[in-house]
Design a protein around this ligand. Structure first.
Ligand code: TPP
Ligand code: MG
Length: 273
């Protein structure tokens, strides 16, 4: 990737972070930690990888993203607004009566959302089904799925992995956001998910590990995944919950679903100036 492209993407991500904080502060609370840890991934997907048309969200043969960790919807809503699926102002209606942006993603409410999620563990099965369907119709689409590291404690993730492997779904690219924290603490201390690469490999995946805040590393890993034929891919992203703001990063494992007051918003945004 050229230096200018990297800088452009990093600028896009900075704006995603600003708008995500503003959005969640407009409601007063939300899942900010896991929304901010996946910003670079979304920036790369929506600017460099996905075959989509914001003017025609239902375009036939489009690539699809399943945000299996559906509680992080606000991060994705920001990127969809930046890409023109709806006006930026919509972000400030987050989870309010009549909104098109509920706290967890809903394909019946939001243009650009292709699967409703929120009950952890289920999204990867949906994505595997979509990837199989795409193979049947032969539309050449890629299906991307984002799962949390805590979410990987759900047995259904591994059922989906077995299915993806069985059906040789090389058009399915799964990302695990390894921000090391879940709802109530550190993943390692609750049910550890160590040896993640080996686990996915043993389920028949091509597994890669990258710095989840490096747009270059993410892009290159996606390119390698696309070149790998006959088996599904997983990209393990090492990330930080609340990334980008000391106000949130410093909360450590407590940076999950938290109050975001106007004072916290001002403090955080001042950090990005
Ligand atoms: C089946 C299910 N059980 C519990 C929850 C409540 N819950 C919401 S977020 C969360 C923690 C998720 O942690 P992780 O997957 O690591 O996501 P991230 O750190 O990226 O926010 C839990 C337990 C849920 N949404 N679904
Ligand atoms: Mg996590």
């Amino acid at each position: 990737m050229k230096r200018e492209e990297v800088m452009e993407l990093e600028e896009f991500c900075k704006e995603t972070r600003r708008l995500t904080v503003r959005q969640i502060a407009s409601l007063g609370l939300g899942h900010i930690g896991g929304a901010l840890s996946m910003v670079e991934l979304l920036g790369v997907l929506y600017n460099k990888c996905m075959n989509i048309d914001p003017g025609n969200p239902g375009m036939k043969g489009r690539d699809r993203l399943v945000l299996s960790k559906g509680h992080c919807g606000p991060g994705l809503y920001t990127v969809l607004a930046q890409k023109g699926y709806y006006p930026i102002e919509e972000l400030y209606t987050l989870n309010k009566p009549g909104t098109i942006l509920p706290s967890h993603v809903d394909m019946l409410k939001t243009p650009g959302i292709d699967m409703s999620t929120g009950s952890l563990g289920q999204g990867l099965s949906c994505a595997a089904g979509m990837a199989k369907a795409s193979k049947i119709v032969g539309d050449g689409a890629y299906i991307y799925a984002i799962v949390g590291d805590g979410e990987c404690q759900e047995g259904q993730i591994w059922e989906a992995a077995m299915t993806a492997s069985q059906y040789c779904l090389d058009n399915l690219i799964t990302f695990v956001d390894i921000n090391r924290a879940q709802c109530d603490g550190w993943v390692d201390e609750i049910v550890n998910m160590r040896h993640m690469k080996e686990r996915w490999e043993s389920f028949g995946f091509f597994a890669q590990e990258v710095d989840g805040h490096s747009v270059e590393q993410i892009y290159e890993a996606i390119e390698r995944a696309k070149e790998t034929k006959g088996i599904p891919s997983v990209i393990l992203l090492h990330t930080v919950k609340g990334k980008g703001f000391n106000t949130f990063e410093s909360l450590g494992a407590k940076c999950h679903h938290i109050p975001v007051t106007r004072e916290m918003e001002a403090q955080a945004l001042a950090e990005l100036e």
